[in-house]
Ligand binder design. Structure first.
Ligand SMILES: NC(=O)C1=CN([C@@H]2O[C@H](COP(=O)(O)OP(=O)(O)OC[C@H]3O[C@@H](n4cnc5c(N)ncnc54)[C@H](OP(=O)(O)O)[C@@H]3O)[C@@H](O)[C@H]2O)C=CC1
Ligand SMILES: CC(=O)N[C@@H](CCC(=O)OP(=O)(O)O)C(=O)O
Length: 348
């Protein structure tokens, strides 16, 4: 018997990507898709690439529309999912792609977001290595409510967590600069995202520790065992529709030699299907992960600077959102973790 699914925010980029991936999932059956301004429109009018769903019509996003499904995926703006989930008690599994249930500290929420703080849900990054052993995967088993990470957060966390857990690098002096694609900003109209503004240009934003992903990165790297975690993170918008390329650096821990560094990342990800450490001397490009639920990492030790440099590439809409949501749902429901998820990208 198939698992009845609703996707809220289906007219947006994250919702559309959820639908693209769910169409290839053998256990999930999408019964309901919802939207806000586009409610009443056919799904094919907003997502003409989603041929599997050409008969679906976008409903209003209400508790009544979403209740009655086995699984609800929420791909709504921040603040909207927190308000709606109170009424979804009858739904077995709710997976939220927004930020409303990611943070554990109400003060962090108040510093970086508007509106009410909502209780934290089980965090949907299975490959996050944890202090004391194990991964976040174990916590997702039988979870009923899952908060999917922010896409920038995923790229930086996967890049740095192994060395922090193993005390190969220091957590108190982390620096990350990211090239990010425009779809991360969502589908609604924004003047700064006009083609004439972004084409041929790279534009930093949220500079100086003010990006709302900062506390989420700190939270993850503390869970990995980081002491006094401090991260300076700068995203740079570049003219590509999908992708994040994060260059994250950390100081080598005292007494650690360059030759010992790589083994930490190798051990952390050796058995991971969706996270791959590339061979020495190779570094990923965003084009290598388009459409895939894959994170590619490249690592080097800058001995003169005493720093480890990790370059990580993900597709923000797949491993950065919709793929992570489905991977986490698979684990929670006891399905094979990789069911329905592409490990291969699209090229050229
Ligand atoms: N884009 C990305 O790479 C990532 C996105 N996310 C998160 O996923 C969520 C969705 O993002 P994304 O798809 O990019 O955003 P979009 O702007 O593309 O889509 C937003 C969706 O929410 C609906 N919506 C807008 N306002 C409201 C409202 N007031 N009440 C209910 N529904 C509303 C929209 O409907 P309509 O268009 O019909 O008005 C649309 O379906 C966000 O929380 C985002 O932060 C997380 C990681 C990465
Ligand atoms: C280009 C762009 O604006 N990208 C977004 C990434 C959004 C994301 O990861 O999602 P959440 O908003 O759910 O955290 C940003 O940096 O804010």
């Amino acid at each position: 018997m198939s698992i009845a699914v609703a996707v809220a925010g289906a007219s947006g980029y994250a919702g559309g990507e959820l639908l693209r991936l769910l169409a290839a999932h053998p256990e999930f059956e999408v019964r309901t898709v919802t939207a806000h301004q586009n409610a009443g429109q056919s799904l094919s009018s907003v997502h003409p690439h989603l041929h599997s769903y050409r008969d679906l019509v976008l409903a209003e996003t209400t508790r009544e529309t979403l209740a009655g499904h086995d699984v609800v995926f929420l791909a709504l703006p921040h603040g909207q999912s927190g308000a709606i989930t109170d009424g979804l008690g009858s739904v077995g599994l709710v997976v939220d792609c927004g930020a409303d249930h990611r943070l554990t500290d109400a003060a962090d929420w108040a510093s970086f977001y508007e509106g009410d703080f909502h209780e934290p849900w089980t965090y949907g990054l299975p490959e996050l290595v944890l202090a004391g052993g194990g991964t976040q995967r174990e916590r997702l088993v039988a979870a009923k409510r899952i908060a999917v990470p922010g896409c920038n957060v995923t790229a930086i966390t996967l890049g740095l967590a192994p060395g922090i857990r193993d005390r190969v690098v220091m957590a108190d002096d982390l620096v990350a600069v990211l090239a990010v694609g425009t779809s991360g900003a969502g589908k609604s109209l924004k003047p700064e995202l006009l083609a004439s503004e972004i084409a041929g240009s790279a534009s930093p934003y949220a500079v100086g520790g003010v990006h709302r992903h900062t506390p989420e990165i700190r939270q993850n790297l503390a869970a990995a065992g980081g002491r006094n975690v401090s991260v300076s993170f700068t995203p740079v918008l570049v003219p590509m529709s999908r992708g994040i390329l994060a260059t994250s650096t950390a100081r080598l821990a005292p007494g650690i030699r360059a030759a010992e560094v790589r083994a930490s990342w190798e051990a952390a990800y050796a058995d991971e299907e969706f996270v791959t450490l590339l061979p020495e001397g190779r570094f990923p490009k965003t084009a290598d992960v388009v459409g895939a639920n894959t994170a590619l990492l490249g690592l080097a030790v800058d001995e003169s600077a005493g720093r480890v440099v990790v370059v990580s590439a993900i597709d923000n809409l797949v491993k950065g959102t919709a793929g992570a949501a489905i991977q986490s749902a698979n684990i929670a429901l006891g399905l094979p973790e990789s069911l329905g998820l592409p490990v291969n990208g699209v090229a050229p």
